[in-house]
Design a protein. Structure first.
Length: 336
């Protein structure tokens, strides 16, 4: 028996999602997902519901749905890093995380609002169902700013003692430890750590590095205030000029760009990499493999991290209990 088409009269809003659900013999949420082309609904069911919607003259009223659900079905992704010439927004760090976040949220029917921490008072951010923060900032300043919105919050970074927010990140301590173990295997005992330990992730990398050495090597800490090639170059160049006779045979940098800048400074000081000094970076960006010499680096699974950030956020929006979670890291050994 054919389904009767909804008869429209002046002022009639037309069939509702609930009407379509009754006609299709499914739940309202299944209709909602099918109309958003969600893979959570089989293609056969999606096609059936799309055909019914067309026959009944149904049009999805997003504003009405959002008002009824008291949701905007949007999540604001706040990038903590300030774009600079040496570290633009096209850097793999934010892009890979954003790819995973967008994949997961759009599949669930959510839109993604990309912004920076300077624009938290804008309507798209204030009206979002939740916030995902990429980077905690020095001393956690970015987190403190976002917590003032009272929106559900998930942060990419490192867990901190006493913090009450959900964190997704890499196991930075394990990453630091893997660099230390590599240096010990090579017989390197006079080491440099290059990174701003005011950042929670960098602090964890440094702590894991030093703990794994267990007193078997000395560590000199350099603290550049950026994560760029230029910062690495300038920091190491300054050290070598101040202490031209400094004996060091290993350098672990908190990012690949810092490591690459350090290698340039070492080379200009007539130090050979890796013969005189071994260098390890962090992130394993695409440029690490093509750098000369190819850079040994700690790999982060950033796209997987983005997916996990989005899953945690969706759980929080649905009122679920969500816990912080760390992803593994892998040391990729190359020529440095």
């Amino acid at each position: 028996m054919a389904q009767a088409k909804h008869g429209k009269t002046p002022g009639d809003p037309g069939p509702t999602m609930e009407d379509l659900a009754k006609l299709a013999g499914v739940s309202t949420i299944t209709v909602s997902r099918a109309l958003r082309d969600s893979p959570l609904v089989t293609e056969k069911t999606r096609e059936k519901i799309r055909q019914l919607a067309s026959e009944q003259g149904y049009r999805l009223n997003i504003s009405a749905r959002n008002l009824r659900m008291r949701r905007s079905y949007s999540v604001a992704v706040v990038v903590e890093m300030t774009p600079v010439k040496g570290r633009p927004m096209s850097d793999p760090y934010p892009l890979e995380l954003l790819g995973g976040i967008t994949q997961e949220l759009t599949t669930a029917g959510y839109s993604v609002v990309l912004t920076s921490k300077q624009l938290l008072d804008t309507a798209p951010v204030q009206g979002a169902d939740g916030l995902i923060l990429l980077g905690q900032g020095s001393h956690g300043e970015a987190v403190k700013a976002l917590q003032q919105t009272n929106l559900p919050l998930v942060v990419w970074g490192a867990p901190q003692a006493g913090s009450d927010y959900v964190v997704v990140g890499s196991n930075n301590r394990k990453g630091g430890a893997s660099a230390a173990e590599r240096f010990l295997e090579q017989g390197r005992r006079k080491l440099i750590f290059l990174g701003d330990v005011d950042h929670a992730e960098v602090q964890e990398r440094c702590a894991g590095f030093i703990d794994a050495l267990a007193g078997r090597a000395t560590v000199h800490i350099l603290r550049p205030k950026a994560f760029t090639f230029e910062a690495g170059f300038e920091c190491v160049s300054t050290l070598l000029k101040k202490k031209p006779g400094l004996a060091c045979d290993g350098l672990f940098a908190a990012s690949d760009l810092l490591a690459m800048g350090a290698i340039r400074a070492l080379t200009e000081a007539s130090l050979r990499v890796p013969d005189d000094i071994s260098v390890i970076g962090y992130d394993d960006t695409p440029g690490a493999a093509s750098f000369v010499p190819p850079l040994t680096s700690v790999h982060q699974y950033l796209r997987d991290g983005g997916v996990l950030l989005a899953k945690k956020m969706l759980g929080m929006i649905e009122g679920q209990q969500v816990q912080s979670e760390m992803l593994p890291t892998t040391l990729i050994v190359r020529h440095t």
